[in-house]
Write a protein that binds this ligand. Structure first.
Ligand SMILES: Nc1ncnc2c1ncn2[C@@H]1O[C@H](COP(=O)(O)OP(=O)(O)O)[C@@H](O)[C@H]1O
Ligand SMILES: [Mg+2]
Length: 272
């Protein structure tokens, strides 16, 4: 494949301050029997250091959008630009954290897992890799578990390793697909706090997928609400006005109510 297409510049008319532009993106899956449209004409812009949330019901195309930003799924229509270049393939500037606990390599230690992408991509000089891994392991509270293997870790610790491994690469954008959804409620809450603390210590650009309104408000500076399948943009909300919204605060409740109304109309629904 020619290298030319990846040099395509951002066309006039798109938000030039954006780090990531998703422009009118339709995503489809072709199976033998049918053509499934996952998203239809979705547009949004993510700015540097945003904590940008994709929120919507199961099946609305959140994971598909993240996959296409990661370069795993080419849009059927539309275009995605990162730092002014059209996305055509996966790259070390986009690191992904998944929900599943098995995203780590079971035969590698915590440190080995964190080092692996740095070694594979040679993003940093080889002499720096170990120190970088040790530093980021400490940042996520895993210094005592550097030499442990994944099967010796709790679910929360495994997700910390996956986060450390991604952040160690210093990606242009960190992509997270419901990373805390399989954790128990208390661990999940702690991990959300820790993610915010990491961001406060050294802000990064985050694109975070969730179907939880609570999680979206807790973590997001901006929230993109998607319609049910096939996903289209329902609304974009600036949550930064609410700061790090405290659960139980008036601001939190108001925003929760507004989003709940968008997603479910007048219907009363239980939290989560
Ligand atoms: N590999 C695939 N093959 C066929 N259809 C898929 C595939 N992955 C997802 N889909 C379909 O695309 C739609 C969006 O899926 P997905 O992006 O996983 O939604 P979400 O992450 O919001 O739950 C769904 O209808 C889903 O069934
Ligand atoms: Mg999903």
């Amino acid at each position: 494949m020619s290298a030319m297409p990846s040099m395509a510049p951002v066309p006039a008319g798109l938000d030039t301050r954006a780090q990531l532009s998703v422009d009118n993106v339709t995503l489809q899956y072709k199976t033998r029997e049918q053509l499934i449209t996952a998203t239809h004409g979705v547009s949004f812009a993510v700015h540097q250091h945003d904590r940008f949330i994709l929120l919507g019901p199961s099946g609305c195309g959140k994971s598909s959008l993240l996959k296409s930003v990661a370069g795993f799924l080419a849009p059927a229509a539309g275009e995605i630009y990162l730092d002014g270049r059209a996305v055509r393939e996966p790259g070390p500037d986009r690191m992904m954290v998944f929900q599943e606990f098995d995203q780590l390599m079971p035969w590698k230690t915590v440190l080995g897992n964190i080092m692996f992408p740095m070694q594979m991509t040679r993003r940093f000089p080889a002499s720096e890799v170990r120190d970088r891994a040790v530093r980021v392991a400490a940042k996520v509270g895993l210094e005592r578990f550097k030499d442990a293997y994944p099967h010796q870790l709790s679910g929360g610790m495994k997700q910390r390793v996956a986060i450390a491994r991604a952040l160690a690469m210093e990606p242009a954008i960190l992509l997270m697909d419901e990373p805390f959804a399989a954790l128990d409620a208390l661990t999940r809450r702690r991990m959300q706090e820790e993610l915010l603390q990491l961001w406060e210590q050294a802000p990064f650009t985050l694109m975070f997928v969730t179907h939880s309104i609570d999680e979206a408000i807790l973590l997001g500076s901006r929230i993109l609400v998607l319609t049910p399948h096939p996903g289209q943009v329902r609304a974009e909300l600036d949550a930064s006005a609410f700061g790090f919204a405290e659960q139980g605060s008036e601001g939190f409740a108001a925003l929760h109510k507004r989003i709940n109304h968008m997603l479910f109309g007048h219907q009363e629904t239980a939290h989560e």
